[in-house]
Every structure is written in structure tokens, then in C-alpha cells.
Ligand binder design. Structure first.
Ligand code: FAD
Length: 276
């Protein structure tokens, strides 16, 4: 099995030690031959240089890499400057997002929603970039309703996105239902499933609380029952997430995007189980 779109996400390391660790992680994950790696972009431009440096390093190693670009807190001039910088380096892929500003950050800049960013990128750079945007099978936490969120997603695709990557989830039905609804609303572009391996109980519960991903009750209770037994948590996490990925691909998902958190082991093992 070889899904046509298999990508792996990193965040830009903050220290030289983090950068060295990421090089080791990347070397292991490169063996899986992903379609591309992507690198997140801190809202408000906080990681702008780190994102670019990481993307350029990945490309020097011979792999395709897509920087993320989040617009909240940015101005037209600042986003234009980032786009020009990406173009000058020959970068052809982008993941375009609104981003979330930390509370108390102040004014939110000249872009309110990601559809405005996608429109701006197309107006400024035409078809230069392949643009991926975010999708939320379990509904974005700030959405007024699932219907409203879907309409906003459709608007973002119509603004010129080429494909979407979902927020992670642990309920494959939410993904299939969302894709069906998007197809009925006229979206024909690929909607790649975002996958978050489970390696640490408290971390996954904290992240999921923030981003609105639901951890099924039975998964949560099992994770809690393992306490500090990290080996059992990891083994159970691999079983749950690999089984879900198998179901997603068998059900027609056009690819998988792994939120690696700059770690190689879980993503590699899930991938190996899928291609076995
Ligand atoms: P939008 O598509 O703008 O949606 C945000 C909310 O506004 C939704 O509730 C939507 O329903 C509503 N909405 C959208 N358009 C309109 C409109 N025109 N009118 C009224 N309401 C509207 N964050 C980062 O800071 N950096 C990253 O690198 C990053 N990478 C990510 C990668 C992926 C694959 C995903 C899934 C998320 C990522 N995020 C990242 C998190 C993302 O920025 C947050 O989830 C953010 O809250 C929403 O971003 P968005 O692009 O989906 O926003």
C-alpha cells in the first residue's frame, strides 16, 4: 500500500540541541520516503526564521518541504515579505492557516480568517504555490455550528486551496462523515487525514482539550489505567492509531499527515505496520 500523499510535520527547534535531535529524527523518518515534510509557523510570525531555516535544511538533504504560514497578527506587507522570501528560495508548497494568537497578544492584524490568506496568496503569487489548508472533522472549537464550519471550509477551498489536511481525531467516522459532507458541498480536492500518534497520556489529553479533538471514552480510560507505565501507553497507542489509519486508507483517505512532534519512533512504527 502506498498512499499518494504521506507527509510528516515538525515544529522548528528552539535550541541547537533541538536542531541536532531533529536531524536524527529526520534521518529516521526519511527512510519512510514521505511525499514531503512540513514545518509549523508560530502565530504572529514568532518562528518565521526557524521555520524557513528548518525547511531549507530539509531541502538541502534532498527532501521536499512545505513551510506553514499563519496569518493572524500579520499585515499584508509582512505576509507578502514571507511569500517573497519563500519564492526566492524556490519553495513551491505551503500550508496556509489562520493560527491562534496567545491571549493578551493584542490586535489581530489585517487577516481575520484563513480564506483571506489563501485569496491573498493567489492574488500575489498566482499558481506558484501548492496550498494546503486545515479541515476539522470534529468541528473547529470556535465554530458557531458544524454547518457553519463546513461552509467556512468550503469558502477556504474556493479561495484557491489545492488540498486539505485535517486536525487529528481518533474517530474515523467523523472523518468519513466530514469528507462526504464536503463532497456534497462541491469540494473535490483531496482531504488528507491528520494523525497524532499517542505516546504520552497527559500530553495527548492536554492537546486534545485545546484543539477540540475527542479522545473516545474507552481510549481515555485505558490510557489512564496505565498510570506511569509508559511502555503500555505506547503499545496501546500504536495499536489504536495503526488500526484507525488502516481503516482510513481502506475507506478511501487519499493520504496521511503525521503530527510527529519531532519524534520518529511512533510515526515509523505506525507506517511500517501499514505497509507490511
Ligand atoms: P480558519 O479556516 O480561518 O477557521 C477558524 C475559525 O473561524 C473556524 O471556527 C471557522 O469556522 C471560522 N471561520 C473561518 N472563516 C470564516 C469566515 N470567513 N467568517 C466567519 N467565520 C469563519 N497553527 C499555527 O499557529 N501554526 C501552524 O503551523 C499550524 N499548523 C496547523 C496545521 C494543520 C494541518 C492544522 C489542522 C492546524 C494547524 N494550526 C497551526 C492550528 C490552526 O492555526 C488553528 O486550528 C486555528 O484555530 C484555525 O486555523 P484555520 O486555518 O483552520 O482557520
Amino acid at each position: 500500500m502506498n498512499p499518494h500523499n504521506f507527509s510528516i510535520e515538525f515544529f522548528p527547534p528552539k535550541t541547537p540541541e533541538g536542531a541536532e535531535k531533529l536531524r536524527v529524527t529526520r534521518a529516521k523518518l526519511a527512510e519512510l520516503q514521505p511525499t514531503y515534510f512540513s514545518v509549523t509557523f508560530g502565530a504572529g510570525g514568532s518562528t518565521q526564521q526557524g521555520t524557513l531555516d528548518t525547511v531549507l535544511e530539509i531541502r538541502r538533504e534532498g527532501h521536499d518541504a512545505a513551510p506553514h504560514l499563519s496569518c493572524v497578527g500579520g499585515s499584508r506587507d509582512s505576509i507578502r515579505a514571507v511569500l517573497e522570501q519563500y519564492q526566492s528560495h524556490g519553495i513551491k508548497r505551503l500550508v496556509a492557516l489562520r493560527g491562534d494568537l496567545p491571549s493578551g497578544y493584542g490586535a489581530s492584524g489585517e487577516f481575520r480568517y484563513a480564506n483571506e490568506l489563501v485569496e491573498f496568496i493567489r492574488a500575489e503569487t498566482g499558481d506558484w504555490f501548492r496550498i494546503e489548508v486545515a479541515a476539522y472533522p470534529e468541528v473547529h472549537p470556535q465554530a458557531r455550528s458544524p454547518q457553519d464550519d463546513l461552509q467556512n471550509f468550503v469558502r477556504k477551498m474556493q479561495a484557491g486551496a489545492d488540498a486539505a489536511i485535517t486536525q487529528y481525531f481518533y474517530n474515523a467516522d467523523a472523518y468519513f462523515q466530514f469528507v462526504d459532507a464536503a463532497r456534497r458541498a462541491g469540494v473535490t480536492a483531496p482531504i488528507v487525514a491528520g494523525v497524532m500518534p499517542i505516546t504520552n497520556s497527559s500530553q495527548i489529553m492536554r492537546f486534545s482539550e485545546m484543539c477540540g479533538a475527542e479522545i473516545p471514552r474507552w481510549v481515555r480510560l485505558k490510557l489512564l489505567s496505565f498510570g506511569d507505565d509508559s511502555a503500555s501507553i505506547k503499545a496501546f497507542g500504536l495499536d489504536v492509531v495503526s488500526a484507525m489509519c488502516e481503516r482510513l486508507l481502506a475507506g478511501g483517505a487519499p493520504g496521511l499527515h503525521f503530527y510527529s512532534l519531532n519524534q520518529a519512533a511512533a510515526t515509523s512504527e505506525i507506517w511500517r505496520r501499514l505497509v507490511r
